[in-house]
Design a protein around this ligand. Structure first.
Ligand code: ATP
Ligand code: BTN
Length: 236
């Protein structure tokens, strides 16, 4: 099977958000088209929260056209980031549902968006050599900070595309294998956390990530399944 992710790469100096750009071109480009920008002026996280994207990081979106849009696509991004970090000697862990942490702080976030079954946009932000804004310092970290020196950005992009392509294939052909890896790399298993879903909060111990991507928790003596969605997870 030929490579899918990165068959075509659109490199921009500056853009509002690579996810927005990818959405506008998605209907007309082949699956696997990548949009990467040096800077984003309006980078976004979930629920419209802002994502700091100064020069030096990787701000990238991939247009995918899988047979069915599946929320587990987010893990293609998270696992590819974990493997890329490992290539540079950094141990990265998934904070379900959409972040990657390293050294106890957030190093990457994944934002999936879609339009029906037409296409999905897999947006990935990875702090590489970029400065971390003052207000995020306690919670966010870059590869440069962890390694102690500047990291070759082009090489990181190349590894990220390679791993995205690999995990996308696993997602398409053997999603249960991808979920086994997600389970292995999810550091919140065994921890007590608080989940905020809309305006309801549940507190309990995380038991597992299930094959459908949901979180299995032990809440007030009962098993409870938390579906992937716009949920917020805090440690206790
Ligand atoms: P929660 O679990 O509370 O929802 P989250 O980290 O998953 O938190 P998201 O909306 O998914 O929240 O991500 C956006 C958040 O990421 C922002 O509110 C900000 O705190 C943080 N953030 C913004 N830019 C960066 C960055 N470059 N690196 C790390 N974290 C960032
Ligand atoms: C999150 O943690 O909430 C996800 C952050 C995702 C940021 C990336 S950077 C590339 C793409 N473009 C965006 O505007 N957001 C994603």
């Amino acid at each position: 099977m030929n490579r899918v992710v990165g068959i075509r790469i659109i490199s921009l100096e500056e853009v509002d958000s690579t996810n927005e750009y990818a959405k506008t071109i998605a209907p007309d480009v082949p699956e696997g088209t990548v949009v990467v920008a040096k800077r984003q002026t309006a980078g976004r996280g979930r629920k419209g929260r802002s994502w700091a994207s100064p020069e030096g990081g990787i701000w990238m979106s991939v247009v995918l056209k899988p047979p069915r849009i599946d929320p587990r696509l987010v893990f293609v991004g998270a696992l590819a980031v974990v493997d890329t970090l490992a290539d540079f000697g950094i141990s990265g862990w998934i904070k379900w549902p959409n972040d990657v942490w390293a050294g106890g702080r957030k190093i990457s976030g994944v934002l999936t968006e879609g339009r029906g079954d037409e296409y999905a946009i897999l947006g990935i932000g990875l702090n590489v050599n970029n400065p971390i804004p003052e207000e995020l310092r306690g919670n966010a970290v870059s590869m440069m900070e962890l390694i102690g020196s500047k990291v070759p950005l082009e090489k990181v992009i190349e590894r990220l595309l390679f791993h995205l392509d690999g995990w996308y294939r696993v997602f398409l052909e053997r999603p249960e294998l991808m979920m086994a890896k997600v389970r292995e790399k999810t550091f919140i298993i065994g921890m007590t956390v608080r989940i905020l879903e809309d305006n309801t909060a549940v507190t309990g111990r995380v038991l597992d990530v299930l094959d459908d991507g949901s979180l299995l928790m032990f809440v007030g003596g009962q098993l409870r399944r938390i579906l992937y969605g716009d949920v917020s997870l805090k440690f206790l």
